[in-house]
Design a protein around this ligand. Structure first.
Ligand SMILES: [Cu+2]
Length: 142
């Protein structure tokens, strides 16, 4: 029985590895602000697979907390909402960028300098996670 369970786990792992190959991340950048202000995470996520995926958040060992937000302009006022999940349909590209979806990363766990590479994972509703390397960029960078 134990062996069967282990086999099942191995198969599941193999399956999830295949599915993750259908997701591509590019342009992963962390816009750094001075002091202990939160950093903003931007990236482009493309789902090249045949099934939709649901992004539920992210985590990074370099930050105590990572939240998913969406900025919008309402009647000329900029506001920011917490986002619990974002669906990425098959074949679609989701962009996290200034003025729209972004990650908000709080409480740095170590010193970060511009140009540093910061490891993080994107988390999905089915339990999978996708490793992403962000590059720390200055506040004014796109
Ligand atoms: Cu935010």
């Amino acid at each position: 029985m134990r062996r069967l369970v282990r086999l099942a786990c191995t198969l599941l792992l193999a399956a999830s590895t295949t599915a993750m190959a259908d997701l591509q991340v590019s342009e992963a950048k962390l816009r750094m602000l001075p002091g202990d202000l939160p950093a903003a995470g931007y990236f482009t996520l493309t789902n090249t697979g045949s099934q939709s995926v649901v992004l539920t958040g992210a985590q990074s060992p370099a930050f105590a907390q990572v939240m998913m937000h969406r900025s919008s302009l309402e009647k000329g006022m900029a506001s920011m909402q917490h986002v619990a999940q974002v669906e990425v349909p098959a074949g679609a590209t989701l962009t996290f960028a200034s003025g729209g979806y972004h990650l908000m990363l709080l409480q740095r766990q170590r010193e970060l300098a511009l140009g540093d590479r910061v490891e993080a994972s994107l988390l999905f509703a089915d339990g999978q996670s996708l490793p992403v390397t962000f590059t720390a960029v200055p506040p004014g960078a796109d």
